[in-house]
Design a protein around this ligand. Structure first.
Ligand code: ZN
Length: 441
């Protein structure tokens, strides 16, 4: 089975449910940019997508950065004046500011308040806060709970460690015919947040599992990394592999019910940008498209000027633009099996274009070849019926050795898949010859 047929061979409904199950398993784990939560998460990924797990020691210089200390947490709470726990890490790991230093103190409400974070705009939700690069401590709670705190003495405890250790990331590599690579990157550093981080992890894992063992033209690399410091660390250690990346995507926020969004690579019109937009523009809901900007996730590092890799971002509702973003409401109700399945199928469509896009040269470029005489119209290997000859005519006309099927798809407005099948029929009748692929823009 070739990659183009893969999509029809999978049971996407079942896969959607399985991805949702994976998210449910990963949801309780307290992840951060380092620590055991990342390791536990990678162990779950590894069950389906075999990983090389790397441990990079604290203090390792990576370009202009240094690998930070490792953070781990066992428990945290705030006890009110009457001895009740008013904030409890065991109920939600979002309650603790990520990278909080350990503390075990009693203090007044007035001294405690500067360390408490809430979101008045969404008074029932716990916001997610981190303090990676500035040592401190803090708690997050719903604004509703914050307002109910009474004057008096509070017992504040965070049982965490911030010490020399390592930064952990996982890499799943699938070798293809050529060393040139397609890169998929997703972050693994958010605690109990589903759409922003777990959906990307699940979809990337299942995509890797589906592609593993298939005949692939490109080599595929899946990165499961903490955001920013993880991509900087990977790039610093893999400059040569990075130079082989021809197409890439950051995968995030792929599980909500919204339509798709796409953020272009810094190059703007790389093959990956064009392939994604070709697929997304043929969906029922038109995609939201963003030009590149140096805000967002790991695309900032992959698209930094020294690398300028052709890496875009595939999302459903874009990060930062849904109210549940970075709050406790980005939970198991916010992500849907059907949305996860559609995201996976969309990625298979994109991979299919990357794998099968080709340039062709007509063997009969002077005038149109007589298709009827050759029986191309009626040959039975033409899946669209004799009434729709458009894909055949377009592929023949653009078979000048310069234009690839993706070029033809954009110019003709026809579906890439119909053009690919037309090219296969024309090849069979010796009307065109392959002229290789045009890789990245
Ligand atoms: Zn995030």
């Amino acid at each position: 089975m070739n990659i183009a047929e893969l999509k029809d061979a999978i049971d996407s409904e079942t896969l959607g449910l399985e991805m949702y199950d994976m998210i449910s398993r990963l949801h309780p784990i307290c992840r951060s940019i380092t620590g055991d939560g990342v390791r536990e998460t990678l162990a779950v990924v590894d069950e389906r997508a075999p990983l090389n797990v790397h441990e990079v020691p604290t203090g390792t210089p990576v370009f202009d950065w240094v690998v930070p200390k490792e953070w781990n947490i066992r428990d945290a709470y705030i006890k009110g004046p009457n001895g009740d726990k008013v904030v409890d890490f065991q109920r939600s790991n979002l309650h603790v500011v990520g990278y909080s230093l350990p503390i075990d103190e009693r203090m007044s409400l007035e001294s405690l308040k500067p360390h408490l974070h809430s979101d008045p705009a969404h008074p029932q939700w716990i916001p997610n806060r981190t303090s990676y690069y500035k040592e401190g401590w803090g708690f997050c709670l719903s604004h509703h709970d914050l307002e109910r705190l009474e004057e008096g003495e509070y017992e504040v405890r965070i049982d965490s460690t911030l010490e020399d250790g390592s930064l952990t990331y996982g890499e799943c590599f699938l070798p293809g015919v050529v060393a040139e690579e397609v890169l998929f990157s997703t972050h693994v550093c958010h605690p109990s947040l589903c759409n922003d981080n777990l959906s990307g992890i699940a979809v990337a894992t299942f995509l890797a599992q589906i592609l593993a063992g298939r005949p692939l033209h490109y080599s595929y690399r899946f990165l499961f990394i903490p955001t920013t410091i993880g991509s900087i660390t990977w790039l610093a250690r893999n400059e040569e592999a990075a130079s082989r990346v021809r197409h890439g995507l950051v995968l995030t926020c792929l599980g909500d019910d919204g339509g798709f969004s796409y953020k272009r690579s810094r190059r703007g019109a790389a093959v990956i940008d064009r392939a994604c937009l070709h697929v997304l523009n043929r969906k029922g809901r038109p995609p939201t498209v963003f030009d590149f900007s140096p805000n967002g996730g790991d695309e900032r590092q992959f698209c930094s000027p020294g690398f300028n890799l052709p890496v875009g971002v595939l999302m459903r509702t874009a990060f930062g633009s849904f109210p549940q973003y970075h709050t406790s409401a980005d939970d198991l109700d916010f992500v849907r099996p059907g949305a996860l399945a559609e995201s996976l199928v969309t990625l298979l469509d994109v991979v299919s274009i990357l794998e099968t896009d080709r340039r062709y040269l007509s063997n009969n470029p002077y005038g149109e070849p007589h298709l009827g005489r050759r029986g191309v119209w009626l040959s039975g290997d033409w899946p669209f019926g004799p009434s729709n000859q458009q894909p055949l005519l377009w592929v023949l006309n653009m078979a000048d050795g310069e234009h690839s099927l993706l070029d033809v798809a954009e110019r003709s407005g026809l579906d890439f898949d119909s053009l690919r099948q037309a090219a296969e029929a024309l090849l069979k009748h010796d009307l065109i010859a392959e002229r290789g692929r045009r890789t990245s823009a």
